[in-house]
Ligand binder design. Structure first.
Ligand code: FE2
Length: 422
């Protein structure tokens, strides 16, 4: 007897199986005949482990237009706009917006998010707010908080001190932004400093690294060195890495083996960087995405991050990791069937690996978290970005949506139309 039984779904690898859930665990996977407290019929639908977002800014989310919109559309105007907003937003404002965003996330089957929290201002209201949000959503959503010195570790008087204060308050991950420090040298020094802090405290490390079109922004090289020095491996991630797009190919041929050797992971954020990067170009305009397929070919784990929804940097977004993967697929030209399938894996399993989430997956003994999608397979899910028919978090059904086909009134045609194929 299971508490919950998900019947007849198609798993991402194409296997058709039932999933039996007892309390918060997956108890069995296969052809199951046992009784259950509740049965969810997933026949013909895709059943996947939940979506995971390894890069987000929840202190800024759902604030679009406050106090004004980003007129130039650049990263730098976004940073200065946020600098105004963070000093007028109350803890309550930030908590309310973030919790609303978490509701969106749950409805989309997104059940784990790593969010960077700006530790620049002395008041640390963002940190206080995000710690409160983390505690509030913890029964159903995994939040990891990154201490993120948005204005630079050394560029403000109290930047370093406030990052340490945030870690002392319980923030989980060490951040960084070397390309925003005053000089290349100070950027490199910030990485040596932050890598040491992460190693000494036994914390993970996730750096906004080289988010610029400047091909000479080579901080990822120093980061990889520090990851290797401290043996941080897969507990360290380089976010964005956009300068690699513009780097000299010969240099990249030296760089990628160093990144691979370190064991660190990479998190490009395609929705944001396709809009922010290349703004200083005329034509041709650069795409603003790091070298995804090339890193994957070297064995470097690469996920897709969302970064922003309705904030000073990005005016759109729906908490749908399939939108993120869809954009990434296009910009990185990952159109081979195996590459498209990999894009789905990137926003599920790979992102879970990047966040070092224990007990993730659809195997017996794992936490019973999953999503049922109105699609036949992962590639179809990317094409349709379909309804999430059911979302289960740790054994509890946390979101449901009725299948919604469009009714047709065309003479001689079927009554309803579905965009599923095959
Ligand atoms: Fe970011």
């Amino acid at each position: 007897m299971f508490d919950l039984l998900v019947k007849g779904g198609t798993l991402p690898d194409g296997t058709v199986a039932d999933i039996g859930i007892t309390k918060d665990r997956i108890a069995a996977v296969g052809q199951l005949e046992a009784e259950a407290g509740r049965v969810i019929d997933a026949t013909g639908d895709l059943v996947s482990p939940p979506f995971v977002d390894p890069h987000f800014h929840m202190d800024a989310t759902l604030s679009y237009g406050l106090p004004r919109v980003n007129a130039s559309g650049t990263l730098l105007e976004g940073i200065s706009l946020w600098g105004e907003l963070r000093d007028i937003a109350t803890v309550e404002d930030m908590v309310n917006r973030a919790v609303s965003y978490c509701d969106w996330a749950v409805s989309m089957g997104l059940l784990a998010i790593r969010t960077h929290v700006d530790t620049t201002p002395d008041h640390l209201r963002g940190v206080q707010a995000m710690l409160e949000v983390k505690a509030r959503v913890s029964p159903y959503l995994d939040l990891q908080l990154v201490a993120f010195p948005q204005d630079g570790l050394y560029r403000t008087k109290t930047g370093r001190q406030n990052l340490i204060r945030a870690l002392d308050m319980g923030v989980d991950v060490v951040g960084g932004i070397p390309h925003f420090e005053r000089t290349m040298e100070e950027g490199a020094e910030s990485l040596r400093d932050l890598g040491r802090i992460a190693a000494e405290r036994g914390l993970m490390w996730d750096v906004h690294c080289d988010e610029t079109d400047d091909p000479m922004s080579r901080h990822v090289e120093t980061m990889a060195r520090e990851v290797t020095r401290h043996g941080l491996g897969g507990r360290a991630a380089g976010s964005h890495l956009t300068s690699m797009h513009s780097m000299d190919n010969y240099y990249v041929s030296k760089l990628l083996p160093l990144i691979a050797e370190s064991g660190m992971t990479a998190i490009p954020n395609p929705l944001i960087n396709i809009t922010l990067q290349g703004r200083h170009d005329s034509y041709p305009k650069r795409r603003g995405l790091t070298r995804v397929k090339e890193m994957q070919a070297m064995g470097i784990p690469v996920g897709w991050g969302q970064d922003c929804v309705l904030d000073p940097w990005y005016s759109l977004g729906t908490a749908d990791m399939l939108d993120v993967a869809f954009m990434g697929l296009h910009v990185a030209q990952m159109t081979h069937p195996a590459e498209m399938a990999r894009c789905f894996t990137m926003v599920t399993e790979t992102n879970a690996r990047i966040m070092n989430l224990p007990e993730y997956g659809l195997t017996p003994g794992s936490l019973a978290s999953l999503v049922v999608l109105d699609a036949g397979n992962p590639v179809e899910a990317l094409r349709l970005r379909p309804d999430r028919l059911a979302v289960i978090s740790r054994g509890k059904l946390v979101a449901e949506k009725a299948r919604n086909d469009t009714r047709l009134s065309a003479p001689g045609r079927p009554a309803t139309v579905r965009r599923r194929h095959g």
